[in-house]
Design a protein around this ligand. Sequence first.
Ligand code: NAD
Length: 489
Amino acid sequence: MPSPTTAPSTLEHGELFIGGQWLPAAAGGRRDVVDPSTGNAVGTVAEGDAGDIDAAVAAARAAFDQGPWRGMSGRERARILHRVADLIRENADELVRLESLDVGKPVTLCRVVDVATAAEVYEYYSGLAQAVDGATRETPMNAVAYTRREPLGVVGAITPFNFPLILSSSKIAPALAAGNVVVHKPADDTPLSALFMAKLLSEAGVPDGVVNVVTGAGAVAGEALLRHPGVDKIAFTGSTAIGRHAAAVAGEALTPVTMELGGNAAQIVFEDADVEKAVGSAIKAFVFNTGQFCMGGPRLLVARPLYDTLLGILAQAVPGVPVGDPRDPETVVGPMAAERHVAKVESYVAQAVADGGRIVCGGERLALNGGFYFKPTVIADLANDSRVVQEEIFGPVLTVQPFDTEDEAIAMANSTPYGLASGIQTTNLARAHRVAARLDAGIVWVNDWAMLDPAVPFGGVKASGFGREYGPEGLAPYTRDKSVVISLD
Ligand code: NAD
């Protein structure tokens, strides 16, 4: 085993966090961390592989079987999770700096969304940690029957690049609340907040080995975690393609999984909508996080009488959205997280033009400091079966399509393989309820977008996956029920 090093103060030269120690990758690998706003490498982190995953799973297993975590009262665990929330707030500046540097997120949004939400997630699950209890059951047997909710054991948490801090918190907090231990494999390119969180979790009193972080490539470290026989549950968030693979591997091993996968949500603007609200919501839905948002709204469906009006307003308003250096507090849209994401968006825009789409605004890269920028782009006149409408672009691109009837709008909204989120703009309450019930989506927003809270579950249907995060529903997959029946004879 390599010898421990001291915890790096900036974590821009991060090591693996295994069994409470900072360790270099056993095989010595390192990976560059690139600042998306310049394209420059700003440091390196350890590149873990299967051997490191083995060590992390072993440390987690030992912590589960022999450590104090599992046997601690829910109230004690709650205190520690609450302390994690406090530490996130106390270290907000550093978390904002790391998350922005790693992902290219605008610092202002990073503070009020990513960091604030992560603290709230720990706070929320600290409350639920005190309520992980079973039930007594009345039966005709001469017996006392009750259920216990027990932790599963070692959770393998695999997270994507776009919301590293929030999406790791939404797995680690409920997993810990229920008494599990975790091996976290953050996204290849955006590992910094995960490493910093390992430090905060430890400072908050999470015992050694309870949370382990192995940075590295998905195909190597991620695959090793997925296939490890010592893992009792996989909590995966990422693309549908990798999710399908992960679900198949877990299926073979009968390892329980939750799958939070891709999305391609539609926002329906009915003719009775408040147009100003609808425009604000439509823009937020596709530029937020530079369009790298699983629950973003890249498809705007507009009642035909409003179609030209809305396109005219978008053509005026979208070029005014502040795009630029994520460290500028005025910036709303930063760079994309990696060059390959910009290239993908560029190819979809070319496809849109080939399919007869009309570029209303944007449609090209923004040259700025060598960063990975793409101008927020609005595309009209595409047919519903265009790949650009049907597939997940995952960039700052909005397609706008007209519809004639409520039924047609619902059919178009439900027409892609995905079903993560959906939105309705209407002033008709009956219509809001009626349409919300018919949309294939894990969450439906009415008259706004991205209203998310740790108390409100989200998750997918169809190719967007299964299982829920947030809310009590997000805790349930980290527990299993055991029945105990005691004879009174
Ligand atoms: P990705 O699927 O490429 O990677 C996700 C994670 O899986 C990463 O940690 C990666 O290293 C790992 N991975 C890759 N190959 C693996 C393998 N063979 N075995 C095990 N792990 C492997 O996704 P991404 O590009 O990082 O993230 C973007 C995608 O995530 C989009 O499709 C987006 O919609 C989706 N997403 C979904 C949600 C949700 O809540 N449903 C949230 C955020 C992102």
